[in-house]
Design a protein around this ligand. Structure first.
Ligand SMILES: [Zn+2]
Length: 200
């Protein structure tokens, strides 16, 4: 998983649109709120998230080009609509990691709180947890997990996202090697981001 240390900052215009949206709905969002907000807001989040993640899947860390990048809400937007526009609840993942038997519609909140950062999550959170301190590998290539050194929530994350199956282990090690040999330049990254933003 990616360990994301910097949070994205929405544009003034996006904040204004979101504020107005909340006001019009008297502070109650629903499962359709994300779909009905102006595309400019979604693309602002989309573009900045891709950049912030270095154009990599938040779960398996592979480059997103050619992988049908998907914008996904860490806490499911149908279950927790109030967090629909919270930038630290929104990530990009590849289609494989976001499939229904992996992250998909997994309910990631164990104990709910109206304040997002006070919720207790069932799996590691890329912004709120120090992933690198909890999800420990036996080797540099990130093939095998060091289960004894992983925290309990890291182990729960491995199990929930099936990060240790041979397919995922193979994807992870192959892609990390590829990235070391072929780092994205900022120019190609910007071009790819423009091509991949979610809402045209
Ligand atoms: Zn992935």
């Amino acid at each position: 998983m990616l360990n994301i240390t910097h949070r994205i900052c929405l544009s003034k215009n996006s904040k204004k649109i979101i504020k107005k949206y909340w006001r019009n709905r008297r502070g109650v969002l629903d499962a359709h709120s994300w779909n009905s907000i102006n595309n400019r807001v979604k693309n602002d989040i989309s573009k900045k998230s891709l950049k912030n993640q270095g154009f990599k899947c938040v779960f398996c860390q592979r480059y997103l080009y050619g992988q049908s990048p998907e914008l996904e809400h860490f806490a499911n937007k149908a279950l927790y609509a109030r967090f629909s526009f919270n930038p630290i609840n929104i990530f990009y993942s590849c289609h494989f990691c976001n499939s229904t038997d992996r992250k998909g519609i997994l309910n990631t909140i164990l104990i709910y709180n109206n304040r997002y950062d006070q919720c207790m999550f069932s799996i590691l959170h890329p912004y709120l947890d120090d992933i690198d301190a909890q999800l420990i590998y036996q080797d540099e290539d990130k093939v095998l997990f060091d289960w004894l050194s992983c925290s309990q929530r890291a182990r729960d994350t491995i199990v929930s996202l099936i990060l240790d199956d041979p397919i995922m282990s193979n994807i992870r090690s192959r892609d990390l090697l590829y990235q070391r040999l072929n780092p994205l330049t900022s120019i190609s990254e910007n071009e790819l981001i423009q091509l991949s933003i979610a809402y045209k």
